[in-house]
Design a binder for this molecule. Structure first.
Ligand code: GLG
Length: 838
């Protein structure tokens, strides 16, 4: 094969097979990879072989940009964002890379000329599900935006061998299956064993005096784990910037147990190896809650230590003095999962690199910044002192010392306020002692941000109030955003094309440009195109549902979708109460005129979260009855689509008419699904929670269906003493709904099955479903009425999309750059010799 880079060869211009972007060249490269990488030829190749060959063809085209980017960053020692996150929910790479390289159409044509279907090959990719939900997906959107905005950045995390479990539904219940995403190989990553890093765990510390007479501490660990980086290039949209996602795999150091090996204890040595490798085996499947497990803490120190040591290696490699670490790197902590970075960076600077405490502390604070993602108390991480000290004895000492200095500072600012000291301490001493990771993050960072305006306000007033009073200047808001590349250009090409045909395609990089669509909102031709696109996409989902679930859905019905993790605070069961309300109305009056609806659910529950799993069972049970009741006809359908993932989300957002964002106010930090639905022309029914508040502000209150208690009303009601039973007794429809479930109507007469759920509602109702029930039903009735006016609905849909510009992750990243990171873009030029040819 010809691999000379775009050189004149005997006066013949031959495109490099590894960089050329023409259809001819792509075809050649694809067949070449099929042969030389997969070792197959078309007659015997499987679909996966074709997928792999295509992936390598695309990766080749990323590599020149990736290497160029690395060279330029190194030469200039560019200031770099290091995004530390226990989760990166990247979604499939292939399609996204085609969009960002701008070669989607060429590749589609190339594979089709070879008799293949691009959609089929895209379907083949096993997505890296290395995250639970919003937090991990946000990290992925931010990496896309940083590359697109040409911001030097590194994403650091864990290369879990098993990502988030695959969800199956059996007899209406969720069943978890391990996610073997690596079983066919991962064409996007490159292992870098030469940059392996060692992390210590356990053991004890010893004090000693060094040769200069200074007091020092030596840590003698019980165990050492090797971290091997695996790098994935992340290309920006239509730029030459390809940043790196660096994920660590845990291994046993080769030489570690030679003694055991030589003494004949072969199995003992292998056992140790397995224990080490366990560290990066599996992602903890809990969203918005912390389990407090030893292995989880080990994962956190593992990836944080690997990443910080890696940054120090880079600092030295670029001849930057360590005293300037914070000028080279700014380290963003994605929630408290990497908060141990505060103690670890101190340890590295002091113990390993001889720095004094004060200087190390100043560098640490200047380098680190903390993003909080939750208001739920059960999600605030804290580690029992005993567990912490056993695994990280040196870190515990350092935390005690940080705490000593910190509490002195608090005393100076708030004299004679011992209650405040107790509340703010890094150590919770109210019962069993714990290390409070959020406090550690707040003290060790120069910036603390929430992820939506309301969330940041509630942090300041409530969860982190003492820290806000102590350090008001550290607090700031950065409302979340989503990448329009994946969540409209890639997932919704039909709408993308219609939009671009009217306003050009600048909006993909400048989402605020969508506002130019407003000029067409009164153009009947445009409105009718808008509507037919939504219909066509809904038709596709109808076919998918038919195939997946065997349920026949009415494509003209309202596609009413709630897709997100299952959690009581998100109130999927409030949605279920609405379904049963409509069902009861039909049963009472079979000829009633109801706007047809299809209720679609998607989402996983944490495997140990019993109530969330029972809610999944309830929804499936309602579906079994409602979907098969002849009285209902095609007016109501309930569909649970299993195994929600990024791939799946891309299929679902574009088909939605109505987006359910109905959490109890004051609980959802931001939400990002809310943004993805609205960006695809769905209207939102929602509470004044998280980013819903700002979405409504942007799209206009007349284009948003709001209902329910506000956060202050929630607190007031709880303070007054909330009694759900009163609502049950005084609301006829609500009572009928609850009684219908209790009667066993949805459980083949079994009156016990849903009792725990009903009891939790009737006697506690922590998330105020009953208090919000009537407002929700009234609002849904209004939705049904508006939907009947198709012109009005379409107009509202267009205005939603036109006004979603604020919610691009490009805007979020721009704000992080300005307010927290103090970083500039570094454009990457491709050298002449590797400039790709059209
Ligand atoms: C959290 C929150 C979401 C938020 C997301 C990203 O629960 O409301 O949108 O982070 O900031 N655990 C999460 O997904």
């Amino acid at each position: 094969m010809q691999t000379v880079p775009n050189h004149q060869v005997d006066n013949l211009q031959i495109e490099d097979d590894r960089t050329g972007l023409s259809v001819e060249c792509l075809k050649r490269a694809f067949l070449d990879n099929l042969f030389y990488v997969q070792g197959k030829f078309p007659k015997i190749a499987t679909k996966n072989d074709y997928y792999m060959a295509l992936a390598y063809t695309v990766r080749d085209r990323l590599l020149q940009r990736w290497i160029n980017t690395a060279v330029i960053y190194t030469d200039r020692a560019s200031r770099t964002v290091s995004y530390l996150s226990a989760e990166f929910l990247m979604g499939p790479h292939l399609g996204n890379n085609l969009v960002n390289l701008g070669i989607y159409d060429q590749v589609k044509q190339a594979v089709s000329e070879l008799g293949l279907d691009l959609e089929d090959l895209l379907e083949q990719e096993e997505e890296p599900g290395l995250g639970n939900g919003g937090l991990g997906r946000l990290a992925a959107c931010y990496l896309d935006s940083m590359a697109t905005l040409e911001i030097p950045s590194l994403g650091y995390g864990i290369r879990y061998e098993f990502g988030i479990f695959d969800q199956d539904i059996r007899d209406g219940w969720q069943v978890e299956i391990t996610d073997k995403w690596l079983h066919c190989g991962n064409p996007w990553e490159i292992a870098r064993p030469e940059w392996a890093i060692y992390v210590r765990l356990g053991g004890h510390t010893e004090a000693y005096t060094d040769e200069r007479g200074r007091y020092r501490v030596r840590w003698i660990p019980f165990q050492v784990i090797k971290g091997v980086p695996h790098d994935t290039p992340l290309l920006g949209y239509k730029t030459n910037t390809a940043n790196t996602l660096r994920l660590w795999t845990a291994e046993a150091p080769e030489s570690f147990d030679f003694a055991a090996f030589n003494s004949g204890d072969y199995l003992g040595a292998v056992q140790e190896k397995m224990v080490s490798e366990n560290l990066s085996k599996v992602l903890y499947p809990n969203d918005d809650s912390s389990q407090g497990k030893r292995l989880r803490l080990a994962q956190q120190i593992f990836f944080v230590s690997c990443s910080l040591q890696d940054m120090i290696r880079i600092v030295f490699g670029q001849n930057v003095p360590l005293e300037k670490f914070h000028e080279k790197f700014v380290v963003q902590l994605n929630d408290t999962h990497p908060a141990i970075a505060v103690a670890e960076l101190m340890r590295l600077l002091i113990d390993e690199h001889d720095m004094g405490w004060d200087q190390a502390w100043s560098i640490t604070q200047k380098s680190l910044a903390y993003t909080n993602h939750t208001l739920l108390p059960e999600a605030l991480e804290r580690w029992p002192i005993s567990l912490f000290g056993e695994l990280l004895p040196r870190h515990l000492e350092i935390i005690y010392e940080i705490n000593y200095h910190f509490l002195e500072e608090v005393k100076a600012k708030f004299p004679a306020d011992s209650d405040r000291l107790r509340r703010m301490s890094l150590i919770d001493e109210s019962g069993e002692k714990y290390v409070r990771m959020a406090h550690l993050a707040c003290v060790g960072s120069h910036s603390i941000n929430g992820v939506a305006a309301l969330h940041t306000k509630l942090l300041q007033q409530d969860v982190l109030r003492d820290f806000y009073q102590m350090y008001p200047e550290k607090f700031n808001n950065k409302t979340n955003g989503v990448t329009p590349r994946r969540f409209i250009v890639l997932s919704n090409p039909r709408l993308t094309n219609l939009i671009s045909s009217k306003i050009g395609d600048n909006w993909v990089k400048n989402l605020k440009d969508l506002k130019h669509l407003e000029a067409f909102v009164d153009d009947p031709e445009f409105c009718s195109q808008w509507r037919s696109i939504k219909s066509a996409i809904k038709q596709d989902l109808v076919a998918y549902i038919q195939k997946q679930n065997g349920i026949t859905v009415n494509p003209d019905s309202i596609f009413d979708i709630q897709a997100k993790r299952f959690h009581e605070y998100k109130r999927q069961h409030l949605n279920a109460l609405h379904i049963i309300t409509l069902y009861n109305r039909i049963k009472a009056n079979p000829d009633i005129d109801i706007t047809p609806r299809t209720f679609i659910f998607g989402g996983k529950a944490a495997p140990g979260y019993y109530m969330a799993k029972l809610i999944i069972k309830l929804i499936n049970s309602i579906g079994d009855v409602v979907n098969n009741d002849p009285d209902v006809r095609d007016r109501l359908k309930v569909v649970f689509l299993k195994n929600y993932s990024v791939k799946f989300a891309q299929r679902v957002y574009p088909a939605a008419d109505l987006s359910e964002q109905i959490s109890m106010a004051g609980k959802e930090a931001s939400g990002t699904g809310n943004m993805k639905f609205a960006l695809n022309g769905a209207l939102t029914i929602g509470t004044l929670d998280g980013a819903n508040v700002e979405i409504r502000e942007e799209v206009g209150e007349e284009n948003f269906f709001i209902f329910g208690l506000t956060a202050p009303e929630v607190y007031a009601l709880k303070a007054r003493g909330y009694r759900p039973l009163d609502y049950y007794h005084s609301n006829r429809e609500l009572k009928a709904v609850i009684d219908r479930i209790a009667s066993g109507h949805f459980s083949h007469g079994d009156t016990k099955l849903f009792k725990p759920l009903l009891d939790s509602l009737l006697y506690r109702d922590e998330y105020l479903l009953f208090a919000d029930y009537q407002a929700y039903i009234d609002c849904q009735d209004y939705v049904s009425q508006v939907y009947r006016d198709r012109d009005r609905w379409t107009r509202m849909s267009i205005l939603n999309v036109a006004r979603m510009g604020k919610f691009s992750s490009d805007r979020s990243i721009h704000d992080y750059c300005q307010d927290i990171w103090n970083i500039q873009s570094v454009p990457i030029e491709l050298g002449e010799c590797i400039q790709a040819k059209e």
